[in-house]
Design a protein around this ligand. Structure first.
Ligand code: URA
Ligand code: CA
Length: 441
């Protein structure tokens, strides 16, 4: 077999065999296939596409490029959840204890944030004492006893993806559905998930800007799951504005606690119930996602999910008193209002700009080496559809450094489009993709 022939075959729009895909992926990972050939191949895939069978074979070739995590010592069906990346997406902080309280094991391996979206590990680490560095045995023990644990990724998982992603990034081949779908699914499968719930974000703050692309990506990932024996459900949800009100690590922990107490922002609660409903259904603990959802709502309102969160914090060395006294979380030195310049209604928001603004305040990383400040961030006061008066606060900046405040204030003001006409609040969930097909709401 020769890489040249595999590249030419895809260039001509032909279907590659599993052996050909594995040959080029393993060859590239191990350094036998040079970057220029892999780049040509990625561009051929970008232009010619891949069918569902090829996409599934690519996914498994990537999984087989490195180590995989064996979660079989954990009892029950392990359901993982993945978001394609949102601003102020506080869902994992809520879902881990909530789904665990419903009896499903949550063995979560997460990443740190880079760019304008925050990382789940950084958010959990905002809880004083909370450690995400559990050894494997302790991680498994915690999931078996508490039902939920969150750790940083260890091991050499999917090296093919690390290398291919870096190449795609500089060859204009990132935005390609089979390459994105296989990249995401390979990492979830290598991390040991039996079943996967995907939150595919769509809109201004998302990777996928249009609904069509978002559903296409959702369908490609669900198809991969079906072909490789991992039950997969995808929900397409808005990222036209941040989720909930809080953007920033400790601020989002507090927001998650509000949800776990039965309150909190309606959009965040709704999304957690929807994603959690699918997780509990896939874990085999409910007959339908709707039935699971009702059970989860009762666990939020009855305090069981909150109790589970405390248990989880204790098991990972954190201070559980933050649940009753959120003021024990890191607090910023200053809280500054960003005021509206005119009366009107919020017509639209740029979620990405809010994410970048929070990053500049220190809530996220601009480079891998940046050190984040858990206390800082942005709490929105107004979201799409809300009425505002001139001089009223659009958002609060939680800051520890003065030098970036004016820049951030301008960005946040600019992220809001205010107009005279009343504006609808906008849709939260656009539909779902299961193996039965695509359902648009
Ligand atoms: N996220 C991933 O993990 N991979 C991609 O290719 C794109 C987004
Ligand atoms: Ca939030």
């Amino acid at each position: 077999m020769r890489s040249y022939d595999i590249i030419a075959k895809k260039r001509d729009g032909l279907e590659l065999t599993a052996e050909e895909i594995s040959f080029i992926v393993q060859g590239f990972t191990q350094g036998r296939v040079p970057d220029y050939q892999m780049a040509a191949w990625a561009m051929a895939v970008f232009l010619r596409g891949m069918n569902p069978r090829e996409t599934a074979d690519l996914t498994m070739a990537m999984v087989n490029s490195g180590e995989t995590i064996d979660l079989s010592p954990i009892k029950g069906i392990k359901v993982d959840k993945h978001s394609t990346g949102g601003v102020g997406d506080t869902t994992t902080l809520v879902l881990a204890p909530l789904v665990a309280a419903a009896g499903a094991p949550v063995a979560k391996m997460s990443g740190r944030g880079l760019g304008h979206t925050g990382g789940t590990l950084d958010k959990f680490e905002a809880i004083p004492g909370f450690s995400v560095e559990l050894v494997r045995e302790k991680f498994i023990e915690n999931v078996n006893t508490v039902k939920a644990a969150v750790v940083g990724q260890t091991g050499n998982l999917v090296p093919a993806d690390k290398k291919l992603y870096a190449l795609r990034d500089v060859t204009a081949t990132v935005n390609c559905v089979p390459l994105i779908a296989s990249s995401i699914m390979s990492k979830k499968i290598a991390a040991g998930a039996d079943a996967i719930v995907l939150d595919v974000k769509t809109g201004s703050g998302a990777f996928m800007k249009t609904l069509e692309n978002s559903f296409e990506l959702a369908k490609a990932m669900v198809d991969i799951g079906a072909q490789v024996g991992r039950k997969t459900v995808a929900v397409v949800t808005t990222m036209d504005q941040p989720l909930g009100y809080a953007v920033g690590n400790a601020l989002e922990v507090k927001e998650a606690i509000d949800i776990l107490k039965g309150g909190g922002p309606a959009d965040l609660r709704e999304l957690c119930l929807t994603l959690g409903g699918h997780m509990v259904k896939l874990a085999g603990l409910a007959d339908s996602s709707e039935a699971a959802r009702e059970k989860l709502a009762a666990l939020l309102d009855g305090g069981e999910a909150l109790a589970k969160f405390k248990e989880m914090i204790v098991a990972q060395g954190g201070n559980p008193d933050v649940v009753e006294k959120p003021e024990l979380l890191p607090q910023s030195g200053q809280q500054l209002e960003v005021k509206a310049a005119r009366d009107g209604f919020i017509q639209a928001m740029e979620a990405e700009t809010i994410g970048i603004a929070a990053t500049i305040l220190g809530a996220g990383r601009e480079t891998k080496e940046s050190v984040i400040d858990p206390a800082v961030g942005i709490v929105l006061r107004k979201k799409v559809g809300d009425m505002v008066k001139a001089g009223e606060a659009l958002a609060m900046l939680h800051v520890n450094r003065q030098d970036k405040v004016e820049e951030v204030r301008k960005m946040v003001t600019g992220a809001y489009a205010i107009g005279a006409e009343a504006a609808p609040t906008g849709k939260l969930i656009f539909g779902e993709v299961t193996k039965e097909g695509v359902k648009r709401y």
